[in-house]
Ligand binder design. Structure first.
Ligand code: GLA
Length: 723
């Protein structure tokens, strides 16, 4: 049961497991008092002392330093010397903002955020607190939602210009969480193309630290996520706070330690290349941030995130729907194909049991490589004489469904679209446009561009009969400027871009509810909760090497569910690493996510083709478990040579266990891996060995794992409760 109460000067949000408490100081400043395990009763004065405030009734800005007060939504210019959440420039050019309590309301359910993805649900309550700056008329409405089934607080804010003069918002973060001590370790995800989301953990130091993206997207280099873990916290024990932003653009995520040794967690849109004009009466909606509390270590934090996204964020019509096993043409053919070749690959895929064939890049304009044609979304008749319509028909005749690739946000300078609308792309007039992968970015914030994207995508879907669309995005922002906005609004471009993207995704997913959209951004470059509101799966990385994928998928699972990770078996030697790994291991890793293939099935041996049948059947046998199961990490590839994880069904009657060894070890004895999440009182049959064990035995003693010899050896077991 969720429950929000106002007790005197306190607002207490709680469910059965967590509490979040805000307090009103006598001057009306909104203080943060507590986030952690559920509290039944609280002593207001003790809490205030705990947060470093003199607990008397004489609190005024003059009487108490804001620098020591734990606050909910701090601004700048009133004596708090830390980085704040909100910065606004008033019409007189000054920047001090003094927000005081105006009113509060408790709402059942959760209001949607206009124009932005956000968590939703009925089993929740929301506290809305309005703060006001008397001098400028600036108003901030903070929303806090507590759900009854997740150990999570969802936060967002809306800023309104309630004054008579124009103002400019120059920083508007989604989350500030002030914590009384700094005995934490900071965890962020950092990486690069083909090695996304490596886990980095380090002790907090005095000063500012964290991660950020200024790329225009949440990026390949990092993710809109951070966690604070107690030094002794591990996968299954200890206190961990996690925060994630439901947003796909520039962001900053920080944990800053001040002179008093307290920590301030900040998360929201990055203030680089950001400024938003508010005329009198206008509002700015800030994206949602989600805060998780776990006493069960990092594993508990991840499960709270996964459960939240699964029940309250992912598109409901897809979340538990088995996905077709697909084969993507990219690594099978790259740009080198014609209609017959693709149909031939599709036929061979169909024979192997695959259900969906995806034609990747290269089907449009005159695109023989990546230097031309983005924007010219009409069939290249040299390769596809009957267009994508006939390709779709012929592919379906082989017995599989048809899917297609597009990169709708981009334009190649060498394209008809660019020649017709050079003003549609992001560029600064008078400066040479900077290309990346020989392409420019369309200004998706502009309604004209949004309409164009909607039209070309919907025409492509209708013409080809595609039931799947891979939506790619392959470059960062540079030379940020647009002809569509006046000079005082140029810094609105990056956020307007993301709003435009969301608006198009909203229209398309609404108008094509049966099309499965998979996100992609050079692999996992925009794999974030914002996109997962629209697309139920995301291509996790362009790196399909099984061992690389162990790290990438393990790191990604810190805050995103395996059920959303596009993950394919590819050919060996692997195209990104040159490594040769066994087919079984490539399968074991790929089937941990949204399963498919990225290879030319015609080039497989007969034995391998036969194995594919078994793999597809295995994927479907475990569909429900893989989509809705609870995920446990067991052995970390960041800490050793082995990776292990498992997924347990909600009723604990079934589980899927995966173990992958990195390099082979000579003279190795079978290892014991301790499982998690099982019911200690049940007996489980390991279907592949025929052995059965007690759930307690598997968790406390371990499962004996006789790995085969060789590098990248693996085990993939299904467990079934037998009594
Ligand atoms: C990006 C994607 C790949 C592939 C290529 C096509 O790199 O991440 O999967 O679609 O584009 O150009």
């Amino acid at each position: 049961m969720v429950n929000i109460t106002r007790e005197d000067q306190l607002f207490h949000l709680k469910n059965e497991r967590i509490s979040y408490i805000l307090g009103l100081m006598p001057g009306g400043v909104l203080a943060h008092l507590y986030f952690g395990p559920a509290l039944r009763r609280v002593n207001e004065k003790a809490l205030l002392r705990h947060m470093g405030v003199a607990a008397d009734d004489t609190f005024t800005l003059q009487g108490c330093s804001l620098d020591r007060l734990a606050q909910e939504y701090p601004s700048f210019g009133l004596g708090d010397m830390r980085e704040g959440a909100l910065a606004v420039e008033a019409s007189d050019g000054t920047t001090a903002v003094d927000l005081r309590f105006a009113e509060a309301e408790i709402l059942s359910g959760k209001p949607a955020l206009p124009g932005l993805p956000a968590t939703f649900g009925d089993n929740c309550q929301t506290l809305r607190v309005t703060l006001r700056d008397a001098c400028t008329g600036l108003e901030v409405r903070l929303l806090y939602t507590v759900f009854d089934d997740c150990d999570v607080i969802a936060r967002s804010a809306c800023i309104r210009n309630g004054g008579a003069e124009k103002m400019t918002v120059t920083r508007a973060l989604s989350l500030c969480l002030d914590l009384p001590d700094a005995d934490w370790q900071l965890i962020t995800l950092n990486g690069a193309w083909a090695r996304e989301r490596e886990i980095n953990r380090r002790p907090l130091m005095p000063g500012e630290q964290g991660t950020a993206s200024r790329n225009g997207a949440s990026s390949l280099q990092t993710s809109p996520f951070l966690a604070l873990a107690r030094p002794q916290a591990d996968e299954s024990m200890g206190e961990v706070l996690g925060a994630a932003l439901v947003y796909s653009g520039n962001f900053l995520a920080q944990a800053n330690v001040n002179q008093y040794g307290s920590t301030r967690m900040l998360l929201g849109i990055h203030d680089r290349d950001f400024a938003w004009q508010l005329q009198p009466g206008e509002s700015f909606q800030i994206p949602e941030a989600v805060l998780v509390y776990s006493r069960e270590g990092l594993g508990g934090m991840s499960r709270a995130f996964h459960g939240l996204w699964q029940r309250h964020l992912l598109p409901p019509r897809w979340v538990n729907k088995p996905r077709p096993v697909l084969l993507n043409s990219w690594e099978a053919a790259y740009f080198d194909f014609d209609e017959d070749k693709l149909v031939d690959i599709a036929r061979s895929a169909a024979q192997a049991g695959v259900e969906l064939f995806v034609c990747d890049d290269g089907w449009f304009g005159h695109r023989d490589d990546d230097t031309t044609s983005l924007g010219d979304w009409y069939s290249d008749l040299r390769k596809l004489p009957g267009g994508i319509r006939r390709l779709g028909e012929r592919v379906r005749e082989t017995g599989v469904q048809f899917g297609i690739w597009m990169e709708p946000e981009m334009v190649s300078p060498e394209s008809d679209l660019y020649r017709a609308h050079p003003d549609w792309c992001i560029r600064i007039p008078g400066r040479e446009p900077i290309t990346a992968r020989s392409q420019l970015t369309l200004d998706v914030g502009s309604p004209e561009v949004q309409d164009f994207i909607y039209d070309v995508v919907s025409t492509t879907l209708r013409e080809s009969g595609a039931v799947y669309l891979k939506w790619d995005m392959n470059r960062n922002f540079s030379n940020i400027g647009t002809a569509a906005l006046p000079k005082e609004r140029q810094k609105e471009l990056p956020h307007r871009y993301i709003l435009g993207l969301y608006a198009v995704m909203e229209r398309l997913t609404h108008d094509f509810p049966d099309v499965l959209f998979e996100g992609c951004a050079s692999g996992g470059g925009r794999f974030d909760p914002g996109m997962l509101y629209y697309v139920p799966q995301f291509w996790c990385s362009d790196n399909t090497d099984a061992l690389s994928r162990c790290r990438i998928q393990y790191g990604t699972s810190l805050f995103l569910p395996t059920s959303a990770m596009g993950s394919h078996v590819s050919a060996v030697p692997n195209h990104q690493t040159g490594r040769v790994t066994p087919l079984e291991s490539r399968f074991a890793v790929a089937v941990s996510g949204c399963f498919g293939y990225e290879l030319d099935p015609r080039k497989l041996t007969e034995e391998e083709q036969a194995a594919l049948h078994g793999q597809v059947a295995f994927a479907h046998r475990t569909d429900k478990l893989r989509l809705s199961g609870v995920f446990y990490r067991l052995l970390s590839p960041f800490e050793g040579n082995d990776t292990a994880w498992m997924t347990v069904s909600e009723d604990q009657k079934e589980a899927l266990f995966t173990l992958v060894r990195g390099h082979a070890l000579p003279n190795a004895v079978p290892m014991l891996v301790r499982l998690q999440g099982l019911c200690p009182n049940l007996r489980y049959l390991v279907e592949q060995t025929g052995e059965s064990y007690g759930g307690d035995e598997l968790m406390y003693s371990g499962l004996l794992c006789p790995l085969p010899q060789g590098d990248a050896a693996s085990l993939l077991y299904t467990l079934k409760a037998v009594d």
